[in-house]
Design a binder for this molecule. Structure first.
Ligand SMILES: C[S@@+](CC[C@H](N)C(=O)[O-])C[C@H]1O[C@@H](n2cnc3c(N)ncnc32)[C@H](O)[C@@H]1O
Length: 259
């Protein structure tokens, strides 16, 4: 069993607590609170991504797919796949590949499924409601596992990594895109000002939910730095673990392989 991480959860008295943005909450409450965030923003989630990143999230997601370099017939599991951005890029890049989008939130999946139908991908994409910490898939059943901007919302990150390892076939690839809490020092002040002063307000205007975007920016600051997260990926059993920073450290692409 892997050790608990102070970034993830802590036990005080008899209650196990964790963080929800900058708040400390009971571990048992977090998934419901995260669900509330994405229920609230699902219909405007894609529009908001374009506004708050000035479209750059598209390039980060393209980089993940370039790094995956999908081979013919690949079976991809995209966890916390939400409205399908990674799934559709994968289907465009792969010859006869199939993607299973798994997300804990039925509203995000509803939007994703609608997009898949509109794009004519319904027969190459499944949408499954499930928790990254307890995936409803067989051992060694997937060629690749991706998770983009999802893992920092998971209550017990170690469990999600263990599940990623379990469902991958030998030689299966793990790729994770996630925001980093720190950027190159010269940009830190501007990054903080934009994150805390602009993004929640923008979220309020576009999704009518400022609070959810306040949580999203706070959750980024609570996520481990790339070096620490890479260690957690190694502890889960992955080999050839590496990461690459993008956009001055705003985002990191983490990779590993199940040998
Ligand atoms: C910021 S969105 C990312 C969506 C998509 N991957 C993208 O990059 O656009 C985070 C997603 O993680 C999902 N999520 C949060 N906790 C989860 C969990 N424990 N298991 C599976 N999905 C989860 C949310 O429902 C939400 O759809």
């Amino acid at each position: 069993m892997m050790s608990s991480d102070k970034n993830e959860s802590a036990t005080s008295g008899t209650d196990t607590t964790t963080h929800f943005g900058f708040r400390t909450v009971a571990e048992s409450e977090k998934a419901g609170m995260v669900k509330g965030v994405f229920n609230s923003v699902a219909d405007r989630y894609d529009v908001m991504n374009d506004f708050m990143s000035a479209g750059v999230h598209r390039l980060w997601k393209d980089s993940l797919i370039n790094s995956l370099n999908p081979r013919a017939g690949m079976q991809l599991l995209d966890v916390a796949g939400g409205t399908g951005d990674i799934a559709f890029r994968f289907l465009e890049a792969s010859d006869g590949g199939h993607v299973t989008v798994c997300d804990i939130n039925a509203e995000m999946l509803r939007v994703g499924k609608g997009r898949a139908e509109a794009k004519g991908y319904a027969d190459r994409a499944d949408f499954v409601c499930g928790d990254a910490q307890k995936l409803p898939f067989e051992n060694r059943s997937m060629d690749a596992y991706t998770i983009a901007f999802g893992i920092r919302n998971v209550t017990r990150v170690h469990e999600a990594l263990a599940e990623a390892y379990r469902v991958l076939k030998p030689s299966g690839r793990f790729l994770c895109l996630e925001f980093s809490p720190v950027v190159v020092p010269i940009l830190q002040k501007a990054y903080d000002a934009y994150s805390f002063n602009v993004i929640p307000k923008m979220g309020g205007i576009i999704t009518k939910d400022e609070e959810s975007y306040q949580y999203l920016v706070e959750s980024i600051r609570r996520f481990p730095a790339p070096q620490k997260f890479a260690e957690m990926i190694s502890e889960a059993g992955f080999s050839r673990v590496g990461w690459r920073s993008m956009s001055a450290g705003v985002v990191a692409l983490h990779t590993g392989v199940r040998i």
